[in-house]
Design a protein around this ligand. Structure first.
Ligand SMILES: [Zn+2]
Length: 270
């Protein structure tokens, strides 16, 4: 628990502190905040940058990849010198340079059934910047069991989406009951992606994470935001919690044991 802000912090965060909606109390909340960022790629990069700049005190970063030259068009925490280095290490160096208040916990691994509950349980909230459906469903289910919010983001070519899953609101499975068949949704390597696109969507995710820590404003809960960079349009579609949702419904899950995440990530009824 951060007891009070020192003079360097009063200076660094002065543009936050001056606002009634944040103030010194809000800044202390950010400094005491523990956010788990899944993925240090296109979406994760701006999330890490803005949360670190905002003074989120503990940033867990989960990624098992190394930096490749083809990442640098959009994954802006990494530089040319970082090629071949683990992304978590490169991202941690970036944060260290930006803000010494932030304690980065690097997890050079993939979030999966065996570590999801522990990693998510130790955080206040999760920002899901993963690029695959399996992770999204594991995160949704583990966060639901642990009672933690998830800020979801996804991108495709020139389009993005974001939503926030809060513990008492609808979950990712209420929105998408099952994952598309493996191989039917191509990844960035196959289709390409506008480099700036994850910047826009990641900044929306970072905004949601900061709001959740501050307990300010209205989260993007029960609302799916669509962004189309070509039209420069934003659209919001509302969705509701399903009483029969296998994850968050009346007979919701209490364990990840027995859920098959290999084929559609479905939860089969007993
Ligand atoms: Zn649900």
């Amino acid at each position: 628990m951060t007891l009070s802000l020192d003079s360097t912090q009063l200076d660094r965060y002065s543009r936050h502190i001056i606002m009634d909606e944040v103030g010194p109390e809000g800044q202390k909340r950010l400094l005491d905040g523990r956010v788990l960022v899944l993925g240090a790629g296109g979406l994760g990069a701006p999330v890490i940058q803005y949360l670190a700049a905002a003074g989120v005190g503990t940033l867990g970063i989960v990624d098992d990849d190394v930096v490749e030259r083809s990442n640098l068009q959009r994954q802006i925490v990494h530089g040319d010198d970082d090629i071949g280095e683990p992304k978590v290490e490169s991202a941690a160096r970036y944060v260290e340079r930006l803000n010494p208040d932030v304690d980065v916990k690097t997890h050079e691994t993939r979030l999966d059934v065996d570590n999801a509950r522990e990693l998510i349980g130790a955080s206040d909230l999760v920002v899901d910047c993963a690029d695959n459906f399996r992770t999204r469903y594991v995160v949704n289910d583990a966060a639901r069991i642990e009672g933690k919010p998830v800020v979801h983001g996804a991108i495709y070519k020139f389009e993005g989406q974001a939503t926030t899953l809060v513990p008492d609101g609808p979950c990712y499975r209420c929105l998408f009951p099952e994952a598309p068949d493996p191989g039917t949704v191509p990844d960035c390597a196959a289709t390409g992606v506008l480099g700036v696109l994850p910047g826009t969507v990641g900044c929306i995710q970072a905004t949601e994470a900061v709001k959740l820590l501050l307990e300010a404003g209205e989260p993007l809960a029960g609302r799916l935001l669509f962004y189309d960079a070509m039209d420069m349009s934003f659209e919001t579609v509302e969705y509701a919690r399903k009483p029969d949702c296998p994850a968050c419904g009346d007979d919701g899950i209490e364990t990840l044991d027995g859920i098959d995440y290999t084929d559609g990530c479905r939860i089969e009824a007993d």
